[in-house]
Ligand binder design. Structure first.
Ligand code: AMP
Length: 216
């Protein structure tokens, strides 16, 4: 049976960073809905242009298009063993749609690590975040700088600051998270899937805690 892990947590808590590490360690595919939207935007697809109108404001892209995009990715061969979902689901409707689609793959949501940190930590991390153009690797100007300024350590591509990492948009993204996504905490808690992880720790410590939670 395939394994599906949902990484839950507010923007800037380190879901993307940890999903990349866990994907390497477990061999499971990494699916980031935000990366998929950014890829569509880069390629100027209709979906990308639609998503941009929401992303620049820090709002959520409507459920129907988001669900269809993730479903399309989940049907690819690289997800046969399962996947680590990063940034999806973000609403109760998306969580329900995910359950239905995983049934088609004889799977289910196996574990939901909820990575938590205070708003001050999130704001600080997002506004000093630098992202690589090629693969979305992330660095932090203060706590996790790249070896060469402006260049990704992993693939040498250019680092840029995401438009939606500007302070005003960041504040709205955090608000949207509390209003629309945080109900998923109790949803997965009630399903017995949630494991809380302290996201204010170093990258290595968070990975250790995540691996310990997943091995249980
Ligand atoms: P992220 O890279 O996860 O921070 O996502 C960046 C932006 O993409 C979000 O602020 C939303 O506008 C959009 N987005 C990503 N994932 C979702 C989702 N599951 N549902 C709706 N919008 C999303």
């Amino acid at each position: 049976m395939p394994t599906f892990i949902v990484l839950l947590g507010p923007p800037g808590v380190g879901k993307g960073t940890q999903a990349k590490i866990l994907s390497k360690k477990t061999g499971l595919a990494h699916i980031s809905s935000g990366d998929l939207f950014r890829e569509n935007l880069k390629n100027q697809t209709e979906l990308g242009k639609l998503a941009q109108t929401y992303m620049t404001k820090g709002e959520l892209v409507p459920d129907d298009v988001t669900v269809a995009m993730v479903k399309d990715r989940l049907t690819r061969p690289e997800c046969k063993m399962g996947a680590i979902l990063d940034g999806f689901p973000r609403t109760p409707a998306q969580a329900q749609a995910l359950e239905t689609m995983l049934q088609d793959f004889n799977g289910q949501v196996d574990s939901v690590p909820f990575i938590a940190a205070g708003e001050d930590v999130l704001l600080e991390r997002l506004t000093s975040r630098w992202t690589c153009r090629a693969e979305g690797h992330v660095f932090n100007a203060k706590t996790n700088p790249p070896q060469v300024t402006g260049k990704c350590d992993f693939d040498g591509s250019e680092l840029y600051q995401r438009d939606d990492d500007k302070e005003e948009t960041v504040k709205n993204r955090i608000k949207v998270y509390f209003n629309q996504t945080s109900p998923l905490i109790s949803y997965y808690q009630n399903h017995g899937k949630l494991v809380e992880i302290n996201g204010a720790q170093s990258i290595d410590r968070v990975t250790q805690d995540l691996m310990a939670a997943l091995n249980k």
